[in-house]
Design a protein around this ligand. Structure first.
Ligand code: GDP
Ligand code: MG
Length: 561
């Protein structure tokens, strides 16, 4: 951790210089910094910083102009990162990485938020967060990645220190780790890197394949390298962190639901074996119906007996949740690729030190088909944010779930608290702050709407084509799985349900009166305050305090409202 903090200290020492690549900002707000005129000048400033840093700039956020540690609340930090990502887009750059630290009132805390703090550090991290955050964002020249059919997105998960970053680092660079985590340094995904994923690229590592095999990153720090890999490859594989950051659950849900992941990669360290976190992460990956591969990492660190024991533990873990493990070593990569599904989970042994198992992973990632597609052709977008722009009016932003949208389209938005949908017209569409005529599924857009006021819009509402006949849903039936809960879940349990972009209190009525931790069961879920547009097959996450679980909507009934 001290090594991590060195990043901050060195940025602070270098300081803000005229013509340098380091910039200090206390905070960036949507209202102040995205206003007309201001946005352009801040983007120009950012462009200068990136150019003077030979393609890379460093923004230190949560500090005063002279480098004094201020520390800002998590929400303010999060907003700052969103604003920064918009400025970056405007300047033809993107946020490559963000590191955060918890700050005590009197300066940098002795136990700052650990880089990549995961569920194990939950309570500590939450306390730190209460005291404010300071962060260092690295901005890199160039646009973000586009996802198409030749680009699979892999969501990574696993207990902290089980070797996730190292494995991904070795995969994308094709080089062994020294056992000290040398290849992982640049990959440690931070909570806010995931958070700002709404307006930028969620992936933290990428590599590809061409006719001759893998196309590796030579130096992940070099801006041109990623562009080269993207250019040279026929098939791209990018890695997105999914369930790593406990205090930021909402953002990880976006990682799972918002970003269309194709596959899950769960790591289990051979020395430690499966833990409670492993079980929980597996539960989330599988409940999200992500076909998953399990990598038993650090195979070099243990003897064969131990390795065999852990393999069996992993297999038991998989069988416990109704999946069939498939040993890649025994059945081969071809079979693993063919069989990999909701029910079959390939398991392989890997070491980033000896590179054992990485060939097999490469071979799988090279062949696995793109799976994430949305069959629906009608336009639909769940509203993530809303704002009001002078002279334009209400703007709703989010990721286009399906179909496409054009300026002038007649749409409807809702449900309103009373269940009604409002007819609206698309005034204009912006993508990364550039006006576009049309946007298709997968794009992150801001849509200016005629026919509704910004105050009437809320996160979680859906924007859909004008001739659709949507039914607002106040309660629905779901298949749910409780991942961790101290006791049992009874009638009247009231977690917050995160479904698409909605986050809303709901009342659970489990069939049979109760649900035990680890159980799958059926429950009726009723939103406490208002209806949403919910459909069969949608997945959601719920949580209340320490407890959380996942579910799939099975029946929206006809309760209408
Ligand atoms: P993460 O928290 O899951 O991302 O784990 P890291 O990738 O940061 O790895 C945690 C520690 O395990 C680091 O010190 C790595 O050097 C070490 N490690 C990771 N993979 C291996 C491996 O294959 N073999 C050995 N011996 N150590 C490893
Ligand atoms: Mg890591």
């Amino acid at each position: 951790m001290s090594a991590d903090r060195a990043v901050l200290h060195s940025a602070l020492e270098r300081g803000e210089e005229e013509g340098g690549s380091v910039e200090f900002k206390e905070r960036l707000s949507r209202e102040l910094h995205l206003a007309d005129g201001r946005l352009e000048s801040l983007a120009a400033q950012l462009r200068h910083r990136v150019l003077s840093g030979d393609g890379t700039a460093t923004y230190v956020v949560g500090v005063t102009d002279d480098g004094g540690i201020a520390g800002i609340p998590p929400e303010a930090f999060s907003e700052s990162m969103d604003v920064l990502s918009i400025l970056a887009e405007e300047a033809g750059a993107h946020i490559e990485d963000v590191e955060t630290w918890g700050v005590a009132a009197d300066g940098i805390g002795t136990d700052g938020v650990e880089s990549g703090a995961e569920s194990g550090a939950k309570s500590g991290a939450e306390t730190d967060v209460d005291r404010g955050l300071v962060g260092v964002a690295t901005l890199t020249e160039g646009a973000v990645l586009d996802v198409d059919d030749d680009h699979i997105v892999v969501g990574t998960a696993g207990h902290v220190d089980h070797g996730k970053s190292t494995l991904v680092g070795s995969l994308v660079t094709g080089t062994a780790d020294d056992g000290q985590g040398g290849t992982r340094g640049f990959l440690d995904v931070q909570p806010h890197e995931v958070e700002r994923g709404l307006s930028a690229d969620l992936s933290y590592a990428v590599y590809g394949f061409d006719d001759d095999g893998a196309v590796h990153m030579d130096n992940p720090h070099r801006k041109s390298d990623r562009a080269r890999v993207v250019e040279e490859s026929d098939r791209l594989v990018s890695f997105v962190d999914t369930v790593g950051h406990e205090p930021w659950l909402r953002t990880t849900i976006r990682g799972l639901v918002g970003q269309r992941l194709d596959y899950g990669l769960l790591v289990v360290a051979a020395d430690d074996g499966p833990t409670k976190t492993t079980r929980e992460h597996l539960g989330i990956l599988l409940a999200m119906e992500l076909p998953t591969v399990v990598a038993i990492t650090k195979a070099d660190a243990v003897d064969d007996d131990r390795l065999e024991t852990v393999e069996r533990e992993v297999e038991r873990l998989l069988r416990d949740v109704g999946r069939t493990p498939l040993r890649v070593e025994r059945y081969g990569v071809e079979t693993a690729v063919e069989e990999l599904s909701d029910s079959v989970v390939p398991v392989l042994k890997t070491s980033a030190v000896t590179m054992e198992g990485l060939d097999d992973l490469d071979a799988m990632f090279e062949r696995l088909p793109k799976v994430a597609t949305d069959a629906r052709e009608d336009f639909r977008m769940y509203v993530d944010r809303t704002y009001s722009v002078t002279g334009v009016g209400a703007v709703a932003s989010g990721t286009v779930n399906s179909g496409s949208v054009e300026a002038g389209d007649e749409l409807q938005i809702g449900p309103m608290p009373d269940g009604s949908f409002r007819d609206v017209e698309v005034r204009s569409i912006e993508m990364h702050h550039h006006r576009v005529d049309r946007a298709k599924a997968g794009r992150i857009v801001g849509i200016a709407l005629k026919g509704v006021r910004e105050e009437e819009l809320e996160r979680g509402m859906a924007l859909l084509s004008g001739d659709a006949d949507p039914t607002p849903v106040r309660s629905f039936e779901a298949e749910v799985m409780v991942l961790n809960h101290p006791t049992r879940i009874r009638e009247g349990y009231e977690p917050v349900v995160h479904l698409e972009t909605a986050s809303e209190a709901a009342i659970f009525r489990p069939e049979g009166g109760q649900l035990l931790p680890g159980d799958r069961g059926t429950a009726t879920v009723e939103f406490k305050f208002r209806p949403y547009l919910v459909e069969e097959g949608q997945r959601f996450v719920f949580r209340e305090g320490q407890s959380k679980g996942v579910g799939t909507v099975t029946d929206v009934g006809g309760d209408g409202e």
